[in-house]
Each structure stands twice: as structure tokens, then as C-alpha cells.
Write a protein that binds this ligand. Sequence first.
Ligand SMILES: Nc1ncnc2c1ncn2[C@@H]1O[C@H](COP(=O)(O)OP(=O)(O)O)[C@@H](O)[C@H]1O
Ligand SMILES: [Mg+2]
Length: 245
Amino acid sequence: MTVSDTGDLAVRVRGLTRRFGDRAVIDDLDIDIRTGEFVALVGASGCGKSTLLRILADLDHGIDGEVRVPRRRAVAFQAPRLMPWKPVWRNVTLGLPGGDPRRRAEAALAEVGLSHRADVWPKVLSGGEAQRASLARALVRDPDLLLLDEPFGALDALTRIKAQHLVAELWQRRRCAVLLVTHDVEEALLLADRVLVMRDGVIAHAVPVTLERPRRLDDPLFAELRSELLGWLGVGEDIAGRRAA
Ligand SMILES: Nc1ncnc2c1ncn2[C@@H]1O[C@H](COP(=O)(O)OP(=O)(O)O)[C@@H](O)[C@H]1O
Ligand SMILES: [Mg+2]
């Protein structure tokens, strides 16, 4: 793992392999993410998406291959993982180096619309608020690479849409590179510059998303890209349609 802040690439991975026992979950994988690029990663459950994310977050050291990432990285998981015995603002700055934590926590909470929750305990937050607090905890680190592992997966449909809008807005403002793991093809197409399909331990396919922003579900190209991605995921339109119904 090399940490470097230079160049046009936020992430450069070559020949990455991660074995659990004798099974290579990630098997000679390459990936590039440009500085400021928003990339979504989709793939069947268990195909290794979280494993890849954890490696980029430097939370997993049992790897072979070359991994370059920026120094300032932050990660948000599906579960907000807030410490129940610390007020929200303390959770945001937990383990954060540097001074003035209160002011920095307030700025990050303001960015996610949670200023009024700075002093409450995590248990009083709604699911959507807890997820926004988790996002604030990532943003306070001022990341050049933001790693998101199904961050909206546990939210109800309406809260999820709001959270997606928030992430789109934060990214427009900050322009950090983002890697968003999601099982939701529409979410990927609403947010990303490029969607990567992971299969058999590698990036099997990449779909550039040329839709204009803000993205619209009724854009004819949206439907086209959606079926292309579902095809790569081995899910027919009929099955996807039935699931949505
Ligand atoms: N620490 C571990 N030890 C053993 N197997 C693991 C470990 N972490 C992940 N795996 C296995 O690696 C595969 C990929 O897991 P994961 O990256 O979590 O998949 P995804 O996020 O795509 O659903 C799964 O089969 C999982 O059981
Ligand atoms: Mg996962």
C-alpha cells in the first residue's frame, strides 16, 4: 500500500489479489479512479466489493499487488457505527488529529444539515440522521477519497432519496474522488461518472455515465444504461421489474 497525493489519479490499483484461505476473492484486479471522479461499484452479494473498499481504506493488510491511494481518505459504512456514550459532535471528531474539534464538527454537521443535532446522544437520531452523522464524520477529515459502502442500504425509500441528493450535492461542492459501493443500479446511475461491475474477483465491465446532471430517471439513456448494467449483473429486465413492483 502506497500513500501518494500526486498525479491525476486518486486511486491506482494493479494486480490486486486478496485470498481468504485458498480462495481468491479479489484476483488480479486493476482499478483507476481519477482525482475528483465519482465511481460506483456494483456486483452480486459476496463478490468482494466490501473487501476492495476495506483495502482502499487501509483496513486490510493481507494483500498482494500495488495499491496507491491519497493520504486523506475517509469511509462510511452501511451501519453508522456511532458510539452511544458520546454526543453526536464527539462522534464526528473521534480520532481526528488536529485542534479545534468542536468548530470542525459543527462545520461538518452543518454540511449535512445536522447542526441542530450536535449535542444530542446518537440514540435519539433517526436512521437518516445517524447516516448523515456518519457522513459528517467522513467529511470532517476533508478527504481526497471518500469510500462509501452501501451507505443508504438500510434507509427507507424516501430517506434514501434525500441522502442520495445530499451526496450528489456534497460531491459537487467538494469534488473529492468517491467510490460508492451499492447494490442499486439506479443509485449508481443517479450519482456516478462511471459504474464498475465487479465479478469473479475483477472489474468485469465499466460503464461511463454520460447523462447530464442533475440526473433524471425518465431520461431515455438512463433506461439504456440501466439494462446494460442489469445485463452485466446477470439480472434480466423482467426480474428487475418484478422485484421493483
Ligand atoms: N475476513 C474474512 N475472512 C474470510 N472470508 C471473508 C472475510 N471477509 C470477506 N470474506 C469473504 O469474501 C467474500 C466477499 O465478501 P465481501 O467483500 O464482503 O462481499 P460484498 O461486499 O461484495 O458482498 C465473501 O464470500 C466473504 O464471505
Ligand atoms: Mg459488502
